[in-house]
Ligand binder design. Sequence first.
Ligand SMILES: [Zn+2]
Length: 56
Amino acid sequence: MERCESREAATTTCPTCGWPDSEVFEVVSRHMVSTGMMIYTRCPCGKLRARTITVP
Ligand SMILES: [Zn+2]
């Protein structure tokens, strides 16, 4: 049996304003972590969001 393991980026949107997670509105700060880089972004609605970018 073949397992479907597509690693498509899940399109998550802000529950408040519906802004897509893939689009960065404003970068608040960046932090280097062991797995890559953690970026804090601000939504157009003012909500702070954190995302991790894995650097190979
Ligand atoms: Zn929002």
